[in-house]
Design a protein. Sequence first.
Lengths: 214, 139
Amino acid sequence: MRLSLLLSLFLAVPAFAQLKWETTEQSVKAKPGDHEIVATYRFTNTGTTPITIDNVHTSCGCTTAALAKNDYAPGESGQIVARMDIASRTGHQEKSIIVTTKENAKSPTVLRLLADIPEPIVMKPSFVMWTIGESPTPKTIDIKVTDGFPIKLLKVEADNPDIQLEVSEVRPGVELQVKVTPKDTKRPESATLLVRTDYPTDNPQTYYAYARVR
Amino acid sequence: MTTFRQAGLILLIAVGLAGVTAAVHPKRPAFVAPPTDPNQLNLAQVQHWAGTVLWVDARPDAEFASGHIPEAVSLNFENWPEQFPKFLDLYGPDRQVVVYCSATSCQLSREIAEKLRTSGITNAYFLEGGWEAWKQAHP
């Protein structure tokens, strides 16, 4: 009697629910013109009982995570589709999607979205400033098209004639050096530098840099 | 004596096992705290600057509208092209820029501060604990 009880305790298969993820980390590189980054995380309930995903939330308001349904039978598969709005984000971005199940509420799964968003045009810096009374010596802004983007730099102009520009081409159409000089620094001045391009052809983009005297 | 020897042996085995666990366990805790970002400041550090701080709220517009640090300016990735020139109109060389978002786990303040620095605003920092920490200190 005792032996059979012990054996049944050892041999009984415990009921459990468990999500097995194909991967919990996705690396995505945005292409020129992309407005969002999409990553899909597939899973299967490898347990012996149904499982309920009762919460999916993201670490950033810029990212949404969609799930077709909440309940998954043993052996059933599903997926979470994460979408990150690029907006003005550039460079390396890391976002998290936290998935909680009813059966394992205290151990959420953290899915990671690693995004690389190239900047079409790099301006170093995009802002120059002089203080009132400072010597009005030129300050340089380097403008460069990132490799892979079919952009041609057409023109750079300032919206304030009291901020003067001297533009020289380092590599025609793809790399410029702009020397910015205020006529004087006796009073506050403000200018937006408009960097005109030919891309995309149907609606060519203008990029902006800024100059201030204050 | 035997008891001491046995106790010593047990201790030695325990230390050995703990050492192996600490070396190979996938969920072992870090012995050294991760380095703090030099651009991260806490409220006490920011308070030293008193009136020269230019607060930047990196949260979405709706959250900014529902409450923010007095005189903070809204600057987020979604509306950067419109908001950055407005930020520049308030910025001056005598001002320290401190960016905040909702809480400690929020990455937006760090990202916006970094974008400001690459834009040419060299004195841009982000607040540890964010809006929640500020609210706690100013009930």
